[in-house]
Design a protein around this ligand. Sequence first.
Ligand code: ATP
Ligand code: MG
Length: 263
Amino acid sequence: MTAELRNVSKVFTDPRRGKGLVALKDVSLRVEEGEFLCLVGASGCGKSTTLNLLAGFEAPSQGEVTYQGERVRGPSPDRGVVFQEFSLYPWMSVLQNVMFSLQGKERQEDRAMEQLRLVGLEDFANSRPNDLSGGMRQRVAIARTLAMGPGLLLMDEPFGSLDEQTRRKLDNEVLKLWQRERKTVVFVTHNIDEALMLGTRVVLMSPSPGRIEKEWRIGLPWPRDLSSPEIVGMKAEIISRLQACPCANGAPVSMLGFDEEGT
Ligand SMILES: Nc1ncnc2c1ncn2[C@@H]1O[C@H](COP(=O)(O)OP(=O)(O)OP(=O)(O)O)[C@@H](O)[C@H]1O
Ligand SMILES: [Mg+2]
């Protein structure tokens, strides 16, 4: 077992109303060693919140988050995160951006070049992020996170802002990286096809309040055929469940017995 949320609830204070909002209610999720877990669900159902709890950016209001059996108390290089936005330093070269993750380590430049090679960008080491396409920048972001040597790779809609064709290409690259490096991946996406093409498990969350609705284990090999009966069946069920979801406006805190400030 790698990471686990045990009976986790998360309450935020809604900035518009100044009231507590239950983003997650009693969520339990075990991320197994080496799996490629895709989290899907309607906007606002708590996918990013779940990922941020695993990353240690947020603390649970109730319940426990653990990694390798230890309670998560904050971010760690063991749990690397790739965000949707291109979060590179524009004033540094591509190589320097990756080296930034290797501060204090030996052979920084060699190791950073090694990571750039893994994502096919060794020829762009001296370019600035702004001179690269969106897809290339996101590959640099992946290289920078991988350079930290995380056992768990947390990705929050990493290719959500890219065009369909580039997204598919990068999906395949991430799959190859995962197969080669044997990392554990938690991948958030609202794109059902992407989840079904990639995941060894797809977990569907539902909103108001955020919770786990259903999960599917997918034993099919890659590359997967979106028109195969198994995938078509799973997709139809996910879509019908999404359509039956209530609006993602969060849930009143009274559901959990928290007070209006969410404390
Ligand atoms: N820092 C925060 N402060 C207040 N409310 C928050 C905060 N972060 C998330 N929320 C609320 O918690 C709920 C879950 O948000 P979250 O970002 O986890 O959803 P999501 O599934 O990632 O949505 P999307 O698909 O749009 O990215 C939403 O109602 C959101 O408004
Ligand atoms: Mg999100």
